[in-house]
Design a protein around this ligand. Sequence first.
Ligand SMILES: Cc1cc2nc3c(=O)[nH]c(=O)nc-3n(C[C@H](O)[C@H](O)[C@H](O)COP(=O)(O)OP(=O)(O)OC[C@H]3O[C@@H](n4cnc5c(N)ncnc54)[C@H](O)[C@@H]3O)c2cc1C
Length: 494
Amino acid sequence: MDSPSRFSVIVIGAGISGISAAKVLAENGIDDLLILEASDRIGGRIRKEKFGGVTVELGAGWIAGVGGKESNPVWELASGSGLRTCLSDYSNARYNIYDRSGKIFPSGIAADSYKKAVDSAIQKLRDQEDDDDISTAIESTSAPKTPIELAIDFILHDFEMAEVEPISTYVDFGEREFLVADERGYEHLLYKMAQEFLLTSEEGKILDNRLKLNKVVRELQHSRNGVTVKTEDGCVYEANYVILSVSIGVLQSDLIAFKPPLPRWKKEAIEKCDVMVYTKIFLKFPYKFWPYGPEKEFFIYAHERRGYFTFWQHMENAYPGSNILVVTLTNEESKRVEAQPDAETLKEAMGVLRDMFGPDIPDAIDIIVPRWWNNRFQRGSYSNYPIISNDQVVQDMKAPVGCIFFTGEHTSERFNGYVHGGYLAGIETSKALLEEIKKERKNENQTFLLEPLLAFTGSLTLKQTEPVSSLQKCDIPTQLYLSKGNFGISEAIL
Ligand SMILES: Cc1cc2nc3c(=O)[nH]c(=O)nc-3n(C[C@H](O)[C@H](O)[C@H](O)COP(=O)(O)OP(=O)(O)OC[C@H]3O[C@@H](n4cnc5c(N)ncnc54)[C@H](O)[C@@H]3O)c2cc1C
């Protein structure tokens, strides 16, 4: 068992936001930091798996928001490390919509339905902009009825970033999306970023260094003097500050106990934020039976049950010859398939594919069904609150509570739900913490300089360790000296 040790900062979680936060701290001279990660790997919701002879991305797979006026920093990192990607445009899906008898909807009808759905979503969003109640905004944006409308509505509201997507997501970084198609996986970027915090053996095995794996944080005891962090394996760590980067789903669960409990405004913000469950199911086939030109990369199954195996993608563009299809499920459908055996999910998926491509297609020979909802270190895929509706929720979400600073994609004002949102949030949180540390140090120096004055006046009963901010509140002459500005106290005495 580790003995209690004290660090300047403990970062909880080694996903993109935790690692980017730790890097900024280290670059700014905070060397005695520690990263505690619950799972046995780094990356969090960026996760690769070997499947059907290639690398598939169970979590984030697209680098979204590329090609705009501003540069997406994650795209820069990917380009810098030579990550293999390919351009991916799922908007083509609207021209490949199959009904249950396998007929493709004529493109005019599909395009028309798509436009109507987009227009109505945008209009409803505008109507909701002044509405404080986020849940109303989410619920009221869909009232389509026909299978094709249901399918398109699913693409707009569930497959992508729900209500946020049509209006504001890509304003700065551009609209192009690239699919990561690299054997090393998207997580390669994370391992590169985290290099300085990891010690690896010659065989490449990760040894503990400043990044500790398999450390499930269960309790954060916090006061103005710092935070005591307790992990499931009985270890105790002390820190002046904590950066908490766990997902919104984890915050909503009872995995981490806060002592004392978080204030009401914080709890309310956490509860108000919706958690999206988004599941990519991969199926491996002995051969291709679907059309596989680039413009056929995505196709839609229009069913009267909204979100029932609706959105499909073939992986020929990313990995030619891989014979892999991906189908995306969300929310209640995701939870439903997570709860059933994979064989059942395979049967359902095959039923849908046979509706589209006929009874003679071969059975899949392998399947992966990720379980983001049931993973207690995730409890969902990403945050999904419409940022345009309630800015206060986002502000409260990221505001620190005492010595605990919050980060993660859910704290990103502009890009919540995205990898670059998590990356930028980590940087922003660390910068806020560095400011706080700077202020704290200044206060300590001023307190130190105050000591002679305290002795000199003899009339003060304040503790010498009291920060200046507290001294400023007292009603003794010291206030006069300090109110002149941030000068040294000797100058004040003069
Ligand atoms: C299926 C799926 C598809 C996605 N697709 C895309 C996409 O195409 N493009 C895109 O940009 N984004 C996508 N995203 C979203 C993107 O993956 C996330 O926004 C981003 O990775 C979140 O990073 P994070 O650091 O905020 O959180 P995380 O990656 O979740 O990191 C938090 C870390 O905290 C750890 N942790 C949790 N609890 C504890 C605890 N008690 N103690 C210690 N550690 C703990 C977790 O294990 C995890 O490693 C997708 C996500 C999913 C799930």
